[in-house]
Design a protein around this ligand. Structure first.
Ligand SMILES: [Zn+2]
Length: 391
């Protein structure tokens, strides 16, 4: 799993308008209809209430990420976009917006409560091609209230018994499968102090979920299954609500913390520079920037002259060299290193603030399609101009 970063920052879905929610109630196309497993007893009154509310939620969730009549109000404060993972999840990306049909696989009553785990699968079929794909198996919590059934994010339930540790501006939630590492938490505090000096800003309170691997990270988010649980042995995410999720078995994850500071200070920064700066300062996955930079240098030497940097400017479409080094992260990271070395950090902040297109911005630091590969190759020949050297 790659560092998915603050992808949600760039996902803007209309205005937060309750009118949209109410008016969508009758738009139940058959292809979007909720399928219910035969193991669910639909005659039980509470189950019938959950199914009815679930249909209402599924048919309105894409109207707004900011509020929904079927979702717990306080979740929007804590998570900002609490059901972002389900946003347009039915879409196959090839024109069929309802390809992955929702299927209620089971309802599990939580002992001594009026709450249920709601297990939802999203499955797409192409019978003529002999294909059937499970996109996700995802959990929600349903709670019976006087007003009816209300859904909430599974994450709060999943981590409720996890150890909580406060270290400076970070509230750690520690997986029961590991022991918190005090040395890593101390190292993280020192790094945040450097970040505050770099950005010249105040500390942001961050909720840090420390998981042993990407599989557990995705379980925290509510998944029983997602293909990205098994792609990589490490990785993490920075999400709305000042949340950092680590799948690195570590309490140190500067890359994702940089994303949070960028999101607050430079919310419009392009993914190219956002990933570049996070990688320049914090490395990627389990390795620091110096390690990845050496790998990138090896990659360029191996593929020269066929390597063309301008082919790798979308950080979310990446090639991982030797399984760990995302070339599309390293290119902008070296651009950031070169920018601060030649122009100073204020120039980098100008770039993060700019809303101009990528090549217009790169032109302001003397880079263009014709010279990008050559300039990056030259930069890699120089000694590392590290973040620690910056004033
Ligand atoms: Zn990232």
């Amino acid at each position: 799993m790659r560092n998915i970063g603050l992808l949600c920052v760039f996902l803007i879905v209309g205005a937060c308008n309750r009118k949209h929610i109410d008016s969508a109630a009758n738009c139940l196309a058959d292809s979007k209809r909720l399928l219910v497993s035969e193991v669910v007893d639909v005659k039980t009154a509470d189950h019938a209430l959950i199914i009815s509310a679930l249909e209402g939620f599924l048919n309105t969730k894409d109207q707004s990420l900011c509020q929904n009549a079927h979702w717990l109000e306080s979740d929007f404060k804590q998570y900002v976009y609490p059901y972002l993972d389900l946003y347009k999840i039915e879409d196959d990306g090839n024109g069929d917006k309802n390809f992955y049909r929702p299927s209620l696989m089971g309802l599990v009553k939580i002992k001594n409560t009026e709450r249920w785990m709601v297990k939802l699968a999203f499955i797409g079929s192409r019978p003529l091609e002999g294909q059937q794909t499970v996109k996700a198996i995802y959990n929600l919590i349903a709670e019976k209230r006087e007003s009816g059934m209300v859904f909430s994010k599974y994450m709060s339930h999943y981590v409720q018994d996890w150890q909580t540790l406060q270290r400076g501006s970070i509230t750690y939630k520690i997986s029961p499968l590991k022991t918190a590492d005090e040395a890593e938490m101390h190292r993280q505090q020192l790094e945040i102090t450097k970040l505050l000096q770099f950005y010249d800003t105040q500390a942001i309170p961050i909720a840090y979920y420390s998981c042993i691997n990407p599989k557990e990270l995705m379980e925290v988010k509510g998944y029983d299954y997602s293909p990205i649980m098994y792609i990589s042995e490490n990785g993490g995410m920075a999400e709305k609500g000042n949340i950092v999720l680590s799948g690195n078995n570590s309490e140190y994850y500067t890359h994702e913390i940089v994303h949070q500071y960028n999101a607050h200070l430079y919310p419009d920064s392009a993914p190219f520079f956002n990933e570049g700066l996070a990688t320049y300062i914090g490395g990627s996955g389990a390795y620091d920037y110096a390690w990845h930079r050496a790998k990138f240098k090896k990659f360029v030497a191996e593929y020269y002259p066929n390597f063309q940097a301008e082919d790798f400017t979308n950080p979310y479409i990446s090639y991982d060299y030797e399984g760990e080094t995302a070339i599309a992260y390293l290119i902008p990271a070296v651009v950031c290193e070169r920018t601060v070395r030649l122009y100073g950090k204020q120039k980098l902040f100008e770039i993060l603030q700019s809303k101009a297109d990528l090549w217009t911005v790169l032109d302001t630091v003397g880079l263009n399609k014709a010279n990008l590969t050559e300039e990056l190759t030259a930069e890699l020949q120089r000694p590392l101009h590290s973040f620690d050297q910056l004033k």
